[in-house]
Design a protein around this ligand. Structure first.
Ligand SMILES: [Zn+2]
Length: 205
């Protein structure tokens, strides 16, 4: 098994009392969690977010990126619906790790954009791996996702892993003056769909 289920408990938050499910990834020793809410094993598509760890954005309120506000918006949306899953994957900095992310930020302070900085450090622009998602979703009985993301590459990657994405639900939040360039780079170089013209759109995948 690529991931092993360890334990689950209640996790009260300001938005809802989720269940936190802990999984251990065999190959790397990484500890991943899935927050779940409501009956997600009934076969109907489940509102979901696959969120990669961003210590600076998720926990330290960084405005260099939009991760923290996307995480909060996803948790709020799941709470509003009373049903959903949030996969929190421990792959910091698009997979390059926290120290390398800080190195990349240093290069960006000197004028590089987010993609150029990663490449100058010898990394692909996006090193994230979604292979562990399927066994975690299978463990929880989730058959199909209504995926909250602006990233068509994520939809494609998950679909290639065998996960059914019934619908893409756009997340538009967290824009501020400090991450304007970062978000523009994600849109132009990483195909993220950021513009208001996509508000409310639903892509059938
Ligand atoms: Zn971030």
């Amino acid at each position: 098994m690529p991931v092993v289920f360890v334990a689950a408990s209640k996790l009260p938050t300001p938005f809802a009392t989720f269940t936190i499910n802990g999984f251990l990834e065999d190959a790397t020793g990484r500890e991943h969690v899935v927050l779940s809410l409501g009956d997600i094993a009934d076969g109907a598509p489940v509102l979901g977010r696959v969120h990669s760890e961003c210590l600076t954005g998720d926990a330290l309120f960084s405005q260099r990126c939009d991760c923290g506000s996307q995480l909060e918006a996803a948790m709020r949306a799941i709470a509003r619906e009373g049903r959903g899953v949030l996969l929190y994957l421990r792959q910091e900095g698009r997979g390059i790790g926290l120290m390398n992310k800080i190195r990349a930020y240093e290069l960006q302070d000197g004028g590089a954009d987010t993609v150029e900085a990663n490449e100058r450090l010898g990394f692909a622009a996006d090193q994230r791996d979604y292979a562990i998602c399927l066994p975690m979703l299978e463990h929880l009985g989730v058959k199909s996702l209504r995926l909250m993301t602006n990233n068509p590459r994520k939809v494609k990657a998950l679909t290639e892993m065998g996960i059914t994405v019934a619908e893409r639900v756009p997340l538009h939040t967290g824009h501020n003056p400090h991450n304007k360039l970062y978000l523009a780079t994600k849109a132009s170089k990483l195909d993220h769909m950021m513009g208001n013209e996509h508000q409310g759109e639903v892509d059938r995948a």
